[in-house]
Design a protein around this ligand. Structure first.
Ligand SMILES: N[C@@H](CCC(=O)N[C@@H](CS)C(=O)NCC(=O)O)C(=O)O
Length: 202
C-alpha cells in the first residue's frame, strides 16, 4: 500500500492510523504546490482532485477522503479497536465525529491557510472554529478521547487538525483541556513515529 501525504497535512491522520495498526505503508510525499510526487509523478493521475491523502491499495485501486481512508485502515485490524464494529450505534457516533471534524474543523482551517481569503473573513472563520472547539472541549472535559476511554481514528484526525492552530494564529489557550489532549495523543508511540517520519519533530 502507498500513502500519499504532505508533511503535517490531514494525511498525518491516516499515517498515524497505519502505524497504530501495524500496517506497512510506503509513504509517498506529494508537493502540493507543483502537484508532483517526490519521484516526479503527476499526482493528478493518482487523485484527480490533487489533494492528499490518497491510499493506493495493493491491487492498484485508490481510496481518497481522509475520513474514509482511516475507516478502511481500522477495519483491516478490528482487533486494534480503533473503530467500533460496522453497523453498531457506536460506529455511527464515530462517523458523526469524523464528519464533524472534516466539515466543521478541517475545512474551516483550510480557509485560514489560504492567502487569498481577506482578514475579515478569516476573523469569521476563527470565530466559527472557537465555537466548534468549545463543543469539543466540553466533551473532552468528561472523557480522555472523543469516543470515551479509548483512542480511535477520530482522535488521530482531531489531533491532526488541532495541531494546525499555531500555524494560522488560532489560540488554543482558552481550552486547557485541548492542549492536554494534544499532549496525551502526541505521547503515543505511533504518533511520535508518524511525526518523525514526516520530519515534524524538532
Ligand atoms: N476532502 C478531502 C480534503 C483533503 C484536503 O483538504 N487536503 C489538503 C491538505 S490538509 C490538501 O491536500 N490541499 C491541497 C489542495 O487542495 O490542492 C479529505 O477529507 O481527504
Amino acid at each position: 500500500m502507498k500513502l500519499y501525504y504532505s508533511p503535517g497535512a490531514c494525511s498525518l491522520s491516516p499515517h498515524i492510523v497505519a502505524i497504530e495498526i501495524g500496517m506497512p505503508v510506503e509513504l509517498v510525499r506529494v508537493d502540493l504546490g507543483t502537484g508532483r510526487t517526490e519521484s516526479g509523478e503527476d499526482y493528478s493521475k493518482i487523485n484527480p482532485d490533487g489533494y492528499v491523502p490518497a491510499l493506493a491499495l495493493a491491487d492498484g485501486d485508490v481510496l481518497t477522503e481522509g475520513p474514509v481512508i482511516v475507516q478502511y485502515l481500522a477495519d483491516q485490524a478490528e482487533d486494534k479497536e480503533l473503530a467500533p464494529a460496522y453497523g453498531s450505534r457506536a460506529r455511527y457516533r464515530l462517523m458523526q465525529w469524523l464528519n464533524f471534524i472534516s466539515t466543521e474543523l478541517h475545512k474551516t482551517y483550510s480557509s485560514l491557510f489560504d492567502s487569498r481569503v481577506p482578514p475579515d473573513c478569516k476573523a469569521l472563520f476563527i470565530e466559527r472554529l472557537a465555537q466548534r472547539f468549545t463543543h469539543v472541549a466540553a466533551v473532552l472535559e468528561t472523557q480522555p478521547y472523543l469516543m470515551g476511554e479509548q483512542f480511535t481514528i477520530a482522535d488521530a484526525y482531531l489531533f491532526t487538525v488541532t495541531s494546525w492552530a499555531p500555524h494560522v494564529g488560532f489560540d488554543l489557550s482558552p481550552w486547557p483541556v485541548l492542549t492536554a489532549y494534544q499532549s496525551r495523543v502526541a505521547a503515543r508511540p505511533a504518533v511520535q513515529q508518524a511525526l518523525a517520519e514526516e520530519g515534524l519533530l524538532k
